[in-house]
Design a binder for this molecule. Structure first.
Ligand code: SAM
Length: 465
């Protein structure tokens, strides 16, 4: 049994929707939430028998909520469980006039990572995505989810939005999916009603304006900002869009198909659960002025251009202060693990962990590394112990992993048992590292030693249920 809807919320929503419609709306908030997933662009296998989410081609509704934890396909990053309304962002992006060249995207409030997975899935090849989450524990979840998604150019930061100020004019698209009062979750999450208060909603709106103030200068000439929340509160929605206009941005006028039931008010988009199969979600897209840009650039854009890398053997140590370039002999040991390994540059951190970074993104990475206090560039490959390479757990999920890597295919029970860190019987296990795959998708590493094996699934990822 759900707690009562807060009275002040009921009064406000009756004013916005009118008594009759508000009754439908409140009734829906006491019903069941639809369950939806977005499929991975490479690892996903879309079930075409399921009902599609209208605004994103790789998303479907599930007839009921299964135990995702016990589905190795979910654990392998074949799909991500995401509220349908949130994926409206994909449609918004598809309607924007984005540059012809690869994009630079910042997801400023990114944990747990559903929208970062979405953005990474729709950005053109060669683009980069910085996914930021200010809260440390939530940044760890974001890192894990992005590792499971396993796409090469997604880099995580754990910073306050203000820490990005040296990157003025750097991004083509900034998503601010702001922390909010969460009224849109009144159906899905029983705690949302208990945590709601008018004071908290006011705090949220002040915090949103603060985040937006940091976000706007980061936009490139004609760049776009998408602002979204999961609330119905006008002070956190429409008022923030007006604030963005005061900061010099312009709303992008779009017309979602009327069959979707999305309320379009002055080009801000509100999803209501009684009109659309989704939770309450709000979004708007805005554009940075081109005319202002020269002025803004003079004031804010850093003078120095990123250095060009002419030589393949250049030492990057000075540009990436915590990294050294991996010596060629060692590159020869790790590169067989990756498909088209020559598209990456290899680095090693002080602890000896090896990372791969897409060569075409080196200049951008260099700029980010020099202007942010910390960023996880590239993706972890593993570590060399003498001449032996020990693959990182994250590499098992990665789409760049070489398809010919020695692997052992397991069934569902065995996969779950291994993720519980148990030691099920595994037939045909060979000596050395093998990728454990489920329905062809990489999950984890085992190392065969005689009749035994070691399981490299990290304890902190262990399935407990
Ligand atoms: N975009 C995420 C997704 O799709 O999975 C959901 C983001 S959630 C709505 C908002 C996030 O903003 C939370 O992870 C929260 O920790 C973070 N946050 C809280 N305070 C913040 C602040 N002052 N600046 C930036 N982000 C903040």
């Amino acid at each position: 049994m759900q707690a009562e809807l807060p009275l002040a919320f009921q009064t406000r929503m009756s004013g916005i929707l009118g008594q009759d419609e508000a009754r439908d709306f409140f009734q829906q908030l006491d019903g069941d939430s639809p369950v939806s997933i977005q499929y991975h662009p490479i690892k996903g296998r879309i079930d075409s028998d399921l009902t599609a989410v209208p605004w994103y081609e790789r998303a479907v509704y599930l007839p009921e909520r299964p135990s995702f934890t016990h589905d190795p396909l979910f654990q392998a990053g074949s799909y991500y469980v995401q509220e349908a309304g949130s994926m409206f962002i994909a449609w918004l992006v598809s309607q924007l006039k984005m540059p012809e060249r690869p994009w630079r995207i910042l997801d400023l409030c990114a944990a747990p990572g559903g929208k970062s997975c979405l953005l990474a899935s729709i950005m053109p090849a060669g683009s980069l995505l910085v996914s930021n989450e200010v809260i440390k524990s939530r940044a760890a979840i974001l890192r894990y989810n992005m590792a499971k998604w396993g796409l090469p150019a997604c880099w995580v930061t754990q910073l306050d939005p203000e820490a990005f100020q040296a990157l003025a004019g750097f991004f083509d698209l900034v998503l601010v999916d702001a922390p909010c009062s969460g009224e849109g979750l009144f159906r899905k999450d029983p705690n949302a009603r208990l945590e709601w208060s008018e004071e908290n909603a006011n705090l949220c709106s002040a915090r949103q304006s603060r985040i937006l103030r940091s976000a706007v200068p980061l936009l490139n000439q004609g760049g776009h900002l998408i602002y979204s929340t999961c609330t119905f509160n006008p002070a956190e929605n429409e008022a923030q869009v007006q604030y963005l206009e005061e900061l010099g941005l312009t709303r992008v006028g779009l017309q979602p198909p009327s069959s979707w039931g999305i309320h379009n008010q002055h080009h801000t988009y509100q999803l209501y659960p009684h009109r659309t199969a989704a939770e309450g979600f709000f979004a708007a897209a805005l554009t940075a002025p081109v005319s202002d840009f020269d002025e803004r650039e003079k004031k804010t854009r850093p003078k120095a251009k990123p250095k060009k890398h002419k030589s393949r053997n250049k030492d990057y140590t000075s540009e990436f202060p915590h990294w050294t370039k991996l010596p060629r002999r060692e590159v020869e040991l790790v590169s067989p693990w990756l498909e088209r390994a020559d598209r990456f540059q290899y680095f090693q951190n002080k602890q000896g962990r090896i990372y791969a970074l897409t060569k075409e993104l080196i200049a951008a990475a260099q700029e980010l590394a020099s202007k942010l206090p910390r960023i996880d560039l590239g993706f972890p490959l593993g570590q060399l112990k003498g001449k032996n390479f020990v693959p990182a757990p994250e590499l098992a999920f990665h789409t760049a992993l070489h398809p010919k890597i020695d692997r052992v295919e397991v069934d569902r029970e065995t996969a779950i048992s291994l993720m519980r860190k148990e030691t099920p019987q595994i037939d045909k296990l060979r000596h050395g590292f093998q990728l454990v795959s489920y329905q062809g998708l990489g999950l984890l590493w085992l190392k065969g030693i005689g009749k035994r094996y070691n399981n490299y699934w990290p304890t902190e990822w262990r399935i407990r249920k």
